[in-house]
Design a protein around this ligand. Sequence first.
Ligand code: ATP
Length: 308
Amino acid sequence: MTSAWVEPPDWVRAHAPAKINLSLRAGSPRSDGYHPLVTVFQAVSLFEEVTATADDDVRVTVSGEQADRVPTDESNLAVRAARLLARRAGITDGVHLHLSKAVPVAGGMAGGSADAAATLVAVDELWGTGASRDDLLDLARELGADVPFALVGHTAVGTGRGDVLTPAMVRGEFHWVLALSDHGLSTPAVFGALDRLRDGAHVEPNPEADVAVMQALRSGDPHQLGEALHNDLEPAALHLAPRLAAVQAAARDAGALGVVVSGSGPTVAALARSESHAKIVATTLTLAGVADRLLVATGPAPGARLLP
Ligand code: ATP
């Protein structure tokens, strides 16, 4: 057998999904300030796309959803992902990363984490580093708590900082309406508000996985899932962005089976009965004028992967 040398590609494209949190329970903060979390993530069909092209240095450009709010310096999570893989693999090449954003910035849907996950997959291919999925997961964990989930996608329970993942059993598909706000919420600010609101109250230090959500996912019944949606951060997000209460009320009035703030917000996720029902709920919310933008998406969606 002869083996041919394969020329590395000049450019590679990859995408990674946004997430919503079907359940999020936060314990009291540890000494390092992190809140132990038990969360159920679901990846949804809203994808960040990264094009990685060979270049002299690592640099990033951004287009699409709220591109002007994304830093293009060394703090960009995609740049950090490329630099981390280069360092670990001993690569001295650069890369031009172009991020085509579909996920709202600071929306509680982990768009930056999806950029980082798609970048890991793309530059691994571009540079031919041959990292295993486990190697990429280790790098993802170093980059941020939500990056590992963007790599694996589908539906998973996250513990620790949300970064230790166990796949969840899911039957069927769920149809979501996502009500977006133009003004993002900072995740640390939401956790800070949570601590202030909880002041003096007894909080379970290590919360347990949400049995009702797990059962609903196994049954595939959107009514059950709608009732089980839960987010401990919701009161804090509503405290910082009171207008979200009107979005939630309008979604319930429009017939949503359940409504929850995703992660640290301000995105509100409303569960519909079907794809056509999701479109009806989205249209009703648009007419009510309560959200800045509305999207429909399905979950679960696959994790970060190369595009042809
Ligand atoms: P999470 O739900 O994981 O807390 P989020 O969806 O609320 O995240 P992101 O859109 O991931 O928020 O970004 C949060 C902040 O991170 C932004 O305000 C921005 O300053 C910074 N950031 C760094 N890199 C990126 C990136 N590639 N895309 C978007 N924001 C980025």
